[in-house]
Design a protein around this ligand. Sequence first.
Ligand SMILES: Cc1cc2nc3c(=O)[nH]c(=O)nc-3n(C[C@H](O)[C@H](O)[C@H](O)COP(=O)(O)OP(=O)(O)OC[C@H]3O[C@@H](n4cnc5c(N)ncnc54)[C@H](O)[C@@H]3O)c2cc1C
Length: 543
Amino acid sequence: MGESHAYDVLVVGGGATGAGVLRDLARRGLRALLVERSDFGTGTTGRYHGLLHSGGRYVAKDATAARECIAENRILRRIAPASIEDTGGYFVATPDDPEEYVDGFAAACAAADVDCEEVPLEEAFRREPALNRRIRRVFKVPDGSVEPWNLIESNVADARAHGSEAWSYQRLVGLEREGGRIVAATVSDGRTGSTTRITPRFVVSCAGAWAEQVAAMIGVTVTMHAGKGTMLIYNQRMTDTVVNRCHKSADGDIMVPVHTVAILGTTEQRVQDPDRYEITREEVAALIAEGEKLFPDLGRMRLLRAYAGVRPLYQPPAEATAAAAKDGRQISRAHSVLDHEAMDGVENFVTIVGGKLTTFRRMAEDTVDLVAAKMGVTEPCTTADEALPNQEAGKTYWLGHRLADHEHEGGGDAALICECEFVTRSMLDDYIASHPGCSLDDIRRGTRLGMGPCQGGFCTFPAAGVVGEVAGHAGAADAAEVADRAILGFLRERFKGTWPIAAGRQLQEQWMVNGIYEGGLGVESLLESAPLEAPQEVSGAQR
Ligand SMILES: Cc1cc2nc3c(=O)[nH]c(=O)nc-3n(C[C@H](O)[C@H](O)[C@H](O)COP(=O)(O)OP(=O)(O)OC[C@H]3O[C@@H](n4cnc5c(N)ncnc54)[C@H](O)[C@@H]3O)c2cc1C
């Protein structure tokens, strides 16, 4: 075991919530360490739908959640403009949606402070020509879409600027308890296997759907309901506006435009293990059938991939038994800060569960308010007032910006690594330089390499070459092997998401890509000599 490290607070889990908690702690003067078992944003935050909630989806059944969403929606637009695309949102009444729900929608929005205005049908169809012409009413709300990885990076950067640290690929493997206190934690390096001992004064679990496992390390019970949701990514934005069905939330009733693609979701199905689940062809077919009520041509549009995430739904002890068989959609989306001193007699341990990505900052504020009070810290929360770093408005969102930057650097095809998402050689070099040892999958999250229509079919090979070349320049004797491992790891992850949707033209394209890598480049023969790099934590595909 390596040397021991002392911190005020250990934060477990590098999703949006953990990053938000780290930032808030750091700004209140506490020296904190965040540990994430994989890359940041590879849990539910990297597998969610992409919606910046206006609150519209909750107005009818949970006005408190709706109010919280719209309040955070307004704050995030101010503090994280580059992570948000202001798409706006429509709630549309299809012939299948109940009259009384549609009639009461605008009033329910007003009661929850969600801005809502009815839009003439001609205007909605003009803006979104792919919408179903049988839609009878349309309401406009301030929905948007959020880029999660950029948001996490900004929170972590701000925390680092305030003296805290964040370690990726470091899994919490043990907590030591003496009486009513946690006295130490052990984390294991996912790449080297070495372990480090941490001695924190306080531990905050932001492990989402994995909160149950973290709490169990010190014999505390936190009953989670891991609710898997499957989503489908289309290769084009058939809508520039988020489109929701105007009814009680259900499967396949929302389309979110994200960067160059659009995402249809979602489903709700309980899984026993948040790391082990699969996406079935039946789910894919059911989603498309529902989605066609919004966009009748969906069946003919090209799907890029299917992926799934697991909701960190929490069942309070009283409900845990009764609700075991309950539909996950009935479990509250509100967040809960669990004070394990009051609940379980562990005085320096808090868990935050539930909630939404849209409300991550508020979740962090509520959590850190409790932690600060217990630690005698009186500094107020400043995360709603201070803009996040690296958030120059709009900088990351438009392909046009990337094209302009590329032209500015001289243009041409030579330096273009990913043509679908316009990732240039210099972007790749910058990312690799600031994230030493990163995998191609880490690069994908940071730059969108391989996330466009070819799904890595054409960019994996040159990108792996760059990764190998950089390793060679850094003196790595195994530079070629680094490139091989990069190709294999990336292709394996990308293929996971294409199998559940492989049919028709998509299947043809998949065969072609397989032909390039297996037939042409013989990647399968590399498998024995070059084991895959970063451990794949979750069986289901990523976004
Ligand atoms: C299908 C689906 C769609 C959704 N759509 C939306 C949406 O459109 N808008 C919205 O606002 N919200 C949405 N949500 C909800 C939102 O995604 C989540 O509430 C949010 O991302 C949870 O973030 P988190 O940081 O709490 O959890 P996570 O992002 O899961 O972070 C927890 C982290 O803990 C890490 N971890 C676990 N165990 C350990 C360990 N032992 N050591 C170290 N690290 C560990 C995991 O690797 C993980 O990265 C959706 C959720 C799902 C499932």
